[in-house]
Ligand binder design. Structure first.
Ligand code: FES
Length: 153
């Protein structure tokens, strides 16, 4: 199958990879770069477990073609902490106990970061609506919303 070279910045580091043209950003992250924090739940845009930021915008990485990301800046769960210091929303998820199995958590946190940056945090209802693309099978929604609300301040 045809392949292409793509150069993009992932968590602050420039990466150049050659991928099959059909490769998703999620597979590029997981299979080519070994960044397995972003999860493959449905691989069809329905669960949000694969959520990352591309140029500051939330995307489902399973639906995003890697070859279209030339020059893009990607942030994954592996890139949020500063050394030993967790991102405030990561810390809030711990403080609020906002997960059980943890499978959806990386996507929830990236989506929450996007939600905060976009300013959709005026009420628990607004947060819930703007994070409705992120499914939690353990049903931790109340605590997830609380963690986002607490971080947004
Ligand atoms: Fe991408 Fe479910 S794995 S939305």
């Amino acid at each position: 199958a045809p392949s292409s070279e793509v150069s993009l910045t992932v968590n602050g580091t420039r990466r150049t990879v050659t991928v099959d043209n059909r490769t998703s950003l999620l597979d590029l992250l997981r299979e080519h770069l070994g960044l397995t924090g972003s999860k493959k739940g449905c691989n069809a845009g329905a669960c949000g477990a694969c959520t990352v930021l591309v140029d500051g915008q939330r995307v489902n990485s399973c639906l995003t073609l890697a070859v279209r990301l030339e020059g893009a800046e990607v942030t994954t769960i592996e890139g949020l902490a500063k050394g030993d210091e967790l991102h405030p929303l990561q810390q809030a998820f711990i403080d609020e106990d906002a997960f059980q199995c943890g499978y959806c958590t990386p996507g929830q946190i990236l989506s929450g970061v996007g939600c905060i940056q976009e300013g959709h945090t005026d009420s628990p209802e607004e947060i819930r609506e703007w994070m409705s693309g992120n499914i939690c099978r353990c049903g931790c929604y109340v605590k997830i919303v609380r963690a986002v609300e607490q971080t947004a301040g």
